[in-house]
Design a protein around this ligand. Sequence first.
Ligand code: ZN
Ligand code: ZN
Length: 629
Amino acid sequence: MKRFSASLTRTKLKRPLDSNHPLLCLVDSCKSMDQIKQTHAQMITTGIILHPFAASRLLKHLTISPLPYPLSYAHLVFDQIPSPNLFIYNTIIKAHAPTTHSSHNSLLVLRSLLRNSSPLPNQYTFVFVLHACCYGLGVLEGEQVRVHAIKLGFETNVFVTNVLIRMYANRGSVEEARRVFDWSTERDLFTWNLMISGYVGSSDLVRAREIFDRMPERDVVSWSTMIGGCVQVGLFTEAMELFREMLLTGIAPNEFTLATSLAACANLVALDQGRWIHVYINKARFKMNERLLASLIDMYAKCGEIDFASKVFFNEHSPKRTVWPWNAMIGGFAMHGKSKQAIDIFEQMKVTEIAPDKVTLLALLNACSHGRLVDIGRQYFKSMSSIHGIEPGIEHYGCMVDILGRAGLLKEAEEIILTMPMAPDTIIWGALLGACRIHEDMEMGERIGKLIREREPNHMGCNVLLANMYSESGRWNDAKDLRDKIEISGKKKTPGCSSIELNGTFHQFLMGDRSHPQTKQIYLFLDEMAIKLRIAGYAPEIGEVLLDLNKEDRETALSRHSEKLAIAFGLINTAPGTTIRIVKNLRVCRDCHLATKLISKVYDREIIVRDRIRFHHFKAGSCSCKDYW
Ligand code: ZN
Ligand code: ZN
């Protein structure tokens, strides 16, 4: 673009420009592209556009206005400014930086700025261009910009340091981010927070914690990033400890802190602490936003309080304009096996015209799976692409396989796997193998088992499943062969682990655990319990236990399963009538399921167990899953 003639520029620039000049005020009041064009035309005819102050006012309006003016127009205006000052350069660089399609323009503008000897770029110029490298551009471009920043003496500038840390961390070079951090001589709170966030982004909580512990001062962002990081990698107890520590320091949590802490409570089944956060939200008069509402519903549902979760959903004064609270509610009902309610909520949601997303449909299919609703499941699955325009992901296909497999439609389930557009993974084949076991289809099970072994010879879950199938159908030798192979592979089965909260403290038990201070008492209680259960008609299901043990030892091994230890601990330490809440990392085994039903009757206690898949609400000798899990 040709710049305007220099002689005209000089005459116009001599006169100072009043910031209340009517044309400039007109610029600020523009509300559409048409108005902008008219005003711009007047600025050209009056010559006022040649004044850098006027041009930058127009440029500023075009780039910071919430109206979506095309950036290309702003760039045209920039091109016509005879000798832009640094503010004008920075404005256009900043405008291009966060865009994906034109961020390279910020680099080009910087290049033209560097070619002219004046004006010289300042710290903001580098911050804006490096910002472009965080998103649209890349580390390679960023490093070239960094060299220029160093040359011009901005190496130790805290703003430049911060954006460099962000750029390297965002682009997956957290080690380089750390080098920038270590070399920096000037740091502010933001520098420390960015470094923590960089480590959290790469799931390195040890190093995040190292930085966090070294911080001279912390704000709510520092704490929230650490808490969020712990939740992200499954360190829920640590997340709750940090949350408590944060409150003790007197720093008030924000919505993000509360939502992530609620997620930690949900995963720990820490109902009391979750309730405490709910009370806190009300007392501190936090505005109930959609994320917070969804986290609360999710927490109550995952702590076994599904009725309360739905109370929160219906009572909280939130407009529910986004999909999150709906997803939390549908997912909650699904995991509690309340398929009808899940479907009802979905139908209500459709009336509100909130578009369902992948998560909604997955929760809905889960509800169908837990409720044996084969036809409805098929319909919803079909509606995904035909009505809602959502392409099913592998997790949706997996859910469909689960629905069909559980209902015994093994052939149709296999058909789904063979015809889906993506390559099947071990998880989806494993779901079919599990269904083969439930429906005792040894022929198909063996075929699928072999197929999985070919792909992943050491897949522990599937190998154990197949070995169990062999032993259940009396093929002891095949079972033993497979178990021997498992042992040779040296891979350990994920140990079963159950936890229970008592007065704000978490007690964890592994299978056969003897590390708890109350171990002696717990094991005595278990022996006593075994006698009581036998009188009530309990016969252990020993099919899943190692074969090299004799019958008596197999029974003993079963009685030491982690959930039984946790239940015994709960029965010993809580008053009669108190509901016991257990969370287990794996699926509940058949024997523990049977035993817990009887415990709920013999000891007259409600026991809520959340396993990897769903909820079991044991009461008076039966379970809410109706033995279907
Ligand atoms: Zn068990
Ligand atoms: Zn159950």
